[in-house]
Write a protein that binds this ligand. Structure first.
Ligand code: SF4
Length: 505
């Protein structure tokens, strides 16, 4: 198996940096259908540029590596232990090379292992089969969309949709509810893998397994094929839009399977994946480990470029902000404004926010821009290079954010998916603003970083440390302003009405 290690590293690198053709095609279609000039359309422009940048430079499409999940089939007699060991080594190598972010944390101590290895990480599923070759499939599904997975136990009552019974109509309601509850937090437009039946644990696993189907695959079961098509149509009429900004682009795929269940249970398990739908696979020669074929790719079809024009066309109406920000500049902003930020910003995720509850910040945050981001960083000589730097889901910081704004004078918080009522009240009271960056656009944002002047709280590990990033032209959209307005709350209310309108008359 002299080529096994190299083949696995190639698979991991390609999965992390180059979206498969079916996902590219779905993103092209949904972007073309979006209303030009809307916030959803602007977000899609950035996303499409980001996809091109990632494959051009072989950089991670999104900074969130996610939980690497391998599904491996081996011929009878192949030593699976050798393959397991090689997978772990390849994951560690890909992390060292900056293709994956160190993303594996001890659940008890919070310590980052630094190489994406740990107890039950990466996830590996092995099966034997009758073929002569080894097949390895890989999916990288990040935390933002993983947190929007949802499981329903039927019968149940659903917000805006009423009772979901134990039949296909009840299943339809659950799936539509799953899209609605995700809003932009899972980096819409998303794709769903759904399992009807099974038990709680296996149902989720089977739902995730549906994400290994290509997006243009038609279900062999006519009833499920019909349901998949209906969901695609109805979900894209809800109005969630890219990043939850409101718009037509909400879902790029829905794949459903049915498994047997216990008479007493009726679960509908939904795995929500984001637009950064990183899934690839290879066939390997069982003796040498060399790649004989790529899965999900057509060798005759060149990689489709995603951008039709310049990635993020400027209109001249963008508001240029230079950090540190004044209260007057921030209070002048309104929901819907596009801003371009210059100057220093500070990253802060879960550990930093928890730290700031009990300790003063390591730097003065008055007027500061606080970025919810866990970047991929590589040490180069004495300095650091940003390899990927998109926003993380902000709602996790809701319990802390208002206090951080009040106590330390933060003027702008950047993240994705929006925040809640407590933060909105603090923005109004203190004269601060929430800016939604485009989730997953890790390459796009990495290119706005001109320098990394400092890092604080490195004891939390690379993604959780507080990085001082000097940026130029960092684009984001005001989605919560200092006047009590929230685009997220507005879109949630509007889409709830559309959801209710989908009920049979
Ligand atoms: S695109 Fe969004 S949800 Fe997907 S992995 Fe990246 S940050 Fe997470």
């Amino acid at each position: 198996m002299e080529f096994l290690a190299g083949s696995l590293l190639e698979l991991i690198t390609a999965t992390s940096t180059n979206l498969p053709p079916d996902v590219r095609a779905a993103m092209s279609l949904i972007s073309a259908a979006e209303t030009p000039g809307t916030q959803s359309s602007q977000a899609l422009n950035i996303i499409l540029s980001n996809i091109d940048m990632a494959s051009d430079d072989e950089g991670p499409i999104c900074q969130d590596t996610g939980m690497p999940t391998f599904v491996v089939h081996t011929p009878v007699g192949t030593n699976q232990l050798v393959i397991k060991k090689a997978i772990r080594e390849a994951i560690s190598d890909a992390t060292r090379l900056g293709k994956l972010r160190p993303n594996s944390v001890d659940s008890l101590t919070g310590k980052n292992s630094g190489n994406n290895l740990g107890v039950e990480t990466p996830v590996m599923h092995f099966d034997q089969w009758e073929e002569n070759e080894i097949e390895v499939k890989l999916i990288l599904k990040g935390g933002g969309c993983e947190n929007k997975n949802i499981q329903y136990s039927l019968p149940c009552n659903l917000d805006h949709l009423g009772r979901a019974d134990r039949n296909l109509e009840g299943v339809r309601k659950c799936i539509l509810h799953a899209v609605w509850q995700a809003q932009g937090q899972g980096c819409a437009p998303g794709a769903l893998g759904v399992c009807i039946g099974s038990d709680r644990a296996h149902g989720y696993e089977l739902a995730k397994g549906q994400l290994f189907r290509t997006l243009d695959d038609v279900n062999l079961d006519p009833a499920l094929a019909k349901l998949e098509a209906e969901i695609m149509d109805e979900a894209n009429r809800l109005g969630v839009g890219a990043m939850g900004f409101g718009g037509k682009a909400s879902l790029i795929g829905c794949k459903i399977m049915a498994a047997n269940r216990l008479p007493a249970s009726f679960f509908v398990s939904v795995a929500y994946d984001c637009w950064a739908f990183r899934r690839l696979g290879v066939r390997l020669d069982a003796a040498s480990g060399a790649i004989t074929k790529w899965l999900y790719r057509d060798p005759d079809r060149p990689v489709e470029r995603m951008t039709r024009g310049k990635g993020f066309p400027l209109t001249g109406r963008e508001v240029v902000l230079t950090a540190p920000l004044s209260e007057a500049a921030v209070r002048a902003l309104k929901v819907g404004d596009v801003v371009l930020i210059n100057g220093d910003m500070f990253t802060g995720r879960d550990n930093v926010h928890a730290y700031l509850m009990k300790n003063p910040p390591p730097v003065d945050l008055h007027g500061a821009v606080l970025y919810h981001c866990g970047p991929v960083m590589l040490k180069e000589g004495e300095g650091w290079q940003v390899k990927a730097a998109g926003p993380t889901t902000s709602s996790r910081e809701e319990p802390y954010q208002a206090d951080v704004i009040r106590n330390y004078g933060v003027r702008a918080v950047i993240g994705k998916g929006g925040m809640g009522a407590k933060t909105l009240a603090a923005l109004k009271e203190c004269g601060a603003v929430y800016l939604n960056a485009i989730g997953g656009a890790a390459q796009y944002y990495a290119r706005t970083v001109e320098a990394v002047p400092a890092v604080y709280l490195m004891e939390f590990g690379i993604p959780e440390a507080m990085w001082r990033l000097k940026v130029c032209g960092f684009a984001a959209i005001v989605t919560m302003d200092a006047h009590g307005n929230s685009l997220h709350a507005d879109v949630e209310t509007a889409t709830a009405k559309e959801l209710a309108a989908l009920l049979p008359a």
